[in-house]
Design a protein around this ligand. Structure first.
Ligand code: CO8
Length: 261
């Protein structure tokens, strides 16, 4: 994996897009490496993932414009499908994924961040969908996820006008959850990831599935999804451990007792 590095720290895996000379722009090789990194995650050991970009300037400055500049209609469609398939697999990845946005998150970079469960960013982060200025539409899910995250009106303004926004504006419109000084970003990402990792993994995974799948259906249908997943938790060791500790008034055991069964 030449363009993506991985590092496991306890129960958290950090996946870093590492092509700083092109501000971590996504060409097919980078996308393949990103997919390979997710495919290789040990889902029995890792309980939260942090995705970030190498360097201090950019998370991901978009899909690679040089690579796209010579594409035909069929190649463009295939590249869009490649990105969409990979980002969808990140969105539906069983384990929660945090995007630690450490600079430019433009075009495909914003789309990658939006396929993650939670976005936090550094003060120098910049978000946007500049595609119409290049004569194309967003192609890795931007027209879909941005509207769902910040509402159709705001998404349409950002996409049609191709205006980039800074960290504070991204916070204001709900595109990111928190803004930190750059030097603190990874520490804060790890802090949040470890908080998530300490909880019962099957329950956390069920919450991710319920929220994601619930957003695609009516509230009533979403409640049925929740009921099934809620019920399934009662077959887990974690439910017995978690509730048993509470009822026996035992000093709460470290959450590390939670297992994947
Ligand atoms: N693709 C390829 N190379 C890039 C990209 C990119 N998206 N962004 C930056 N680079 C390269 C530059 O070419 C430059 O390379 P070199 O040093 O060899 O000339 C290097 O990174 C550094 O960039 P700059 O010198 O431009 O750095 P600045 O600090 O001056 O500017 C910016 C930083 C503002 C981020 C600027 O580089 C920029 O505007 N980049 C393009 C941003 C953009 O438009 N991104 C959206 C691309 S379109 C997209 O993502 C569509 C996704 C869906 C695709 C669907 C396919 C069908």
């Amino acid at each position: 994996m030449g363009f993506v590095t991985t590092e496991v720290q306890g129960a958290v895996e950090i996946i870093t897009i590492d092509r700083p000379q092109a501000l971590n722009a996504l060409n097919p090789d980078v996308l393949n490496d990103l997919k390979a990194a997710f495919d290789a995650v040990d889902q029995n050991a890792v309980r939260c993932i942090v995705v970030t970009g190498a360097g201090e300037k950019s998370f991901v400055a978009g899909a690679d414009i040089a690579a796209m500049s010579v594409m035909t209609k069929a190649e463009g469609e295939a590249f869009g499908k490649m990105g969409n398939d990979i980002f969808r697999s990140i969105e539906t990845f069983p384990i929660p994924v945090i995007a630690a946005v450490n600079g430019f998150a433009l075009g495909g970079g914003n789309e990658l961040a939006m396929s993650c469960d939670i976005r936090i960013c550094s003060e120098n982060a910049m978000f946007g969908q500049p595609e119409v200025g290049l004569g194309i539409t967003p192609g890795f899910g931007g027209t879909q996820r941005l509207a769902r995250l910040v509402g159709a009106g705001m998404a349409k303004e950002l996409v049609y006008a191709a205006v980039n926004i800074g960290a504070e504006e991204a916070l204001r419109i709900g595109l990111v959850n928190h803004v930190y000084p750059q030097a603190e970003l990874m520490e804060q990402a790890m802090k949040l990831a470890n908080k998530i990792a300490r909880n019962a993994p099957i329950a956390v995974q069920a919450c991710k599935k319920a929220i994601n799948e619930g957003l695609e259906v009516t509230t009533e249908e979403g409640e049925v999804i929740e009921e099934k997943l809620f019920g399934s938790c009662f077959e887990t060791h974690d439910q017995k451990e978690g509730m048993g500790c509470f009822l026996s008034r035992e000093k709460p055991k470290p959450k590390a007792v939670f297992t994947n069964n």
